[in-house]
Design a protein around this ligand. Structure first.
Ligand SMILES: Nc1ncnc2c1ncn2[C@@H]1O[C@H](COP(=O)(O)OP(=O)(O)O)[C@@H](O)[C@H]1O
Ligand SMILES: [Mg+2]
Length: 383
């Protein structure tokens, strides 16, 4: 494995082996590329291989959530109808954060104090990296539970996939004494506080803080950090444990991208970062690739198709329909070609065997059959 080829080709290429063997599978990639879909499809694959499996989803589209049985109470493991051995659950940020507090607080009174703190209530959904951190917490819980052979985890819809890896460090940094002591400096006025926080580049932090004003802010902040005193070690240890779990050879990161330059660039960057951190990568999925034209017309070049379409122009409805189909064909061949070039350029130097393509399917992926269809591309047509 070299710097320019961060994928461990020998182990990575076979996603069928990944779902058959690995204990933890993490799907990651930039927003909207198909992480949740891929995670669910991999989980169906693992369960169909007889493994007790759970998929932890973060933001499933509504119809997918419904078919996975994730309604209002989706934040606890729940069997998926139609797939033996598969459970699904959704990450409930607030609840997970509360559980983390309860675990680390040591006593119920302190936990209650933190949970009642207005700064905590704001922070728990606006602090950068919180969702990523909580996803890791849940992963750790599920792994510790020991009830599953395979845990597939979807990652939050962050713009930058790296947030997932940086989250524990960022959150523990934030909670660390150095940062809070500054805030607790006696006599600091709210204005000065804002200036100092900005100096630390803590924009999101201030967004949480700015929802509270003046004295209330200072009071709640002080109380928040005071009640956290002594809890940092617990957080840190936990974050380290999760990191270790992610580095285990029983873990596999599956990076998902769309066939577009920014998503592919980010995927590549992420693969390199994973390699640097010693995280086991298990391939790159390029999702929603324009399907190739059907074999019967595959040899019809776009220019020929367009010329024929032009000759049909001005004809009756049937000719018009034929012209439309020809133009569609030309367009599709062009798009497919462009995509090939974009994929090849972005992944230059990577072992092509580690690449798995899933075509753009007709309609959304929203039930177990659709997931199986995605799976048929992920594992090759053996399903
Ligand atoms: N191969 C595919 N073909 C057609 N639709 C897809 C495909 N993959 C994903 N989708 C659809 O695209 C949308 C976004 O996918 P999703 O998995 O939620 O992305 P992400 O989790 O990365 O934000 C969903 O509506 C999903 O059904
Ligand atoms: Mg998603």
């Amino acid at each position: 494995m070299t710097r320019s080829d961060p994928l461990d080709a020998a182990r990575a290429r076979d996603l069928a082996a990944v779902v058959a063997e690995r204990h933890v599978i993490v799907c990651t990639g930039s927003g909207g590329v198909g992480k949740t879909t891929t995670a669910a499809a991999l989980a169906v694959g693992a369960a169909r291989r007889g493994r007790r499996t759970i998929v932890l989803t973060i933001d499933p589209a509504r119809r997918l959530a419904q078919s996975l049985g994730l309604g209002e109470l989706g934040d606890r493991p729940h069997p998926v109808a139609g797939v033996d051995g598969l459970d699904a659950m959704m990450l409930d940020m607030k609840r997970t954060f509360d559980e983390v507090i309860e675990r680390h607080a040591g006593d119920a009174a302190r936990a209650a104090r933190i949970k009642g703190n207005r700064f905590y209530q704001q922070m728990s959904d606006s602090l950068a990296g919180t969702q990523e951190y909580m996803a890791m917490e849940k992963l750790h819980d599920l792994a510790e539970l020991g009830a599953y052979d395979c845990i597939v985890i979807d990652t939050p819809p962050t713009r930058n996939a790296l947030d997932f890896l940086d989250a524990p460090r960022r959150l523990t940094d934030f909670l660390e004494g150095r940062f809070l002591k500054m805030f607790l400096a006696p006599g600091m006025a709210a204005g000065k506080l804002a200036t100092r926080a900005a100096g630390f580049g803590a924009g999101l932090f201030m967004r949480a803080a700015s929802k509270l004003t003046g004295q209330a802010l200072l009071g709640d902040l002080a109380e928040f950090f005071q009640s956290f005193d002594g809890m940092y070690d617990g957080f840190k240890q936990r974050a380290q444990a999760v990191y270790k779990l992610l580095q285990s050879p029983d873990t596999a990161f599956v990076v998902v991208a769309s066939p577009e330059s920014p998503a592919l660039r980010e995927a590549r960057y992420f693969l390199e970062r994973l390699a640097e951190d010693g995280m086991p990568t298990a391939g790159l999925v390029v999702n929603r690739v324009t399907p190739p034209p059907v074999p019967a017309v595959a040899s019809l070049r776009p220019a020929e198709a367009l010329a024929a379409a032009d000759r049909l122009a001005g004809g009756g409805p049937e000719q018009q329909a034929a012209a439309a189909v020809l133009r569609l064909h030309a367009d599709r061949v062009d798009v497919a070609r462009r995509e090939r070039k974009i994929i090849a350029a972005a992944l230059h130097g990577l072992d092509p065997r580690t690449l798995t393509e899933v075509p753009l399917l007709r309609g959304d992926v929203h039930d177990v059959d659709d997931l199986a269809a995605v799976g048929s591309y992920l594992y090759g047509h053996g399903g």
